[in-house]
Ligand binder design. Sequence first.
Ligand code: RNT
Ligand code: ZN
Length: 416
Amino acid sequence: MSYAEAKARYAALGVDTDAAIEKLKSVPVALHCWQGDDVRGFEGAGGALTGGIQTTGNYPGRARTPEELMADIDKVIALVPGQVKMNLHACYAIFDEENPWVDRDRLEPKHFKKWVDFCKERGLGCDFNPTFFSHPKCDPLTLSSPNEETRKFWVEHGKACIRISNYLAEELGKPCVMNIWTGDGFKDIPADRIGPRLRYKKSFDEILTEPFDPEKVYPCAESKVFGIGVESYTVGSAEWCIKYADSRPDCICLMDNGHYHPTEVVSDKISAVLAYDKKMALHVTRGVRWDSDHVVLFDDETKELCKEIVRCDGLDRVFIALDYFDASINRVSAWVTGFRNLQKALLYALLEPSETLTKLQNDGNWTKLMVMLEEQKTMPFGDVWQEYCRVCGKPEDGAWFAEIENYEKEILAGRC
Ligand code: RNT
Ligand code: ZN
């Protein structure tokens, strides 16, 4: 079927495919730099990944330097439709002779100047994340540590990251979502659950005393249910993060769909949060049995998440970021596949005849609602997707993977 025919089929349902394509082109989706190098960063310490997260696999071709990572990201950008926004972690600070290594509490905007140049040249905005893991000062707690020296170190890191986020937003002219996630928690049953949570609160409050422009920097609290080695108790639980964000006008909650119990879905939580909050943020991942951070697929929950954002009219206030790290397959392909799938899910959501469906629900016509929702699934979505890729000037399905294979042969294979 051609695009013209697909367009007519959707028009018969009252859906304007051209409008959906135009709308999607303007929605930023944050591309996580950490898929390219297995969440290692450039601090050169070579330490293990901690914080209860894990990459598995050792597919050849991991980016080892800022130049390699940037080249890989360029490859991704060339192969995905839609508006890319960068998403950096503090451990991706770039040090050189002029600006030698400093510890995380001493990071400055200048350590991200090369990333700013990279984003400027490509017209991208940039989100930011302080890095509260893979560091000798994780005792293993960070912002909730009972050791005042440790806690202060991490508060200073958080403040440094606010300054960096403010710099990114100002330089790039686009808001910076600054996400605070820590792996703070315990392997075994604690005796004191409230102590760490009170210290966590105090630390967040201290970080947020650092001045920033709330129109440009959006601090977030990302919750989690458990991690590897953090099975019994997580300081920044879902309730803690929602209550914290609720307690301040300048902090929003971030939900990662790998961070809940296995039958719990984030798609149902979006409307609950948006009933109260102007803004929220998401990490889109795919947890397989645990928070395994597999590549995002065009699967039911990804579709459902995107439908909820669109149905809530939330495309400009639900900040979407990808968050996964697969080291067992070609990493550039993993990035491209996940980004394209998220775009597919957003486009799919924008093609819903939502007014008609809502009316059926309100009229209590659940019979027809079921039929219409099911028939959506065999609409000629693929033709609209291919058109979207063409409009964005990016390769259609079937036309990009050969480029990855070439890149692997010519570039990635040389990284031993
Ligand atoms: C970990 C969180 C967190 C990290 C990144 C690297 O479970 O999802 O967002 O994945 O900060
Ligand atoms: Zn996350």
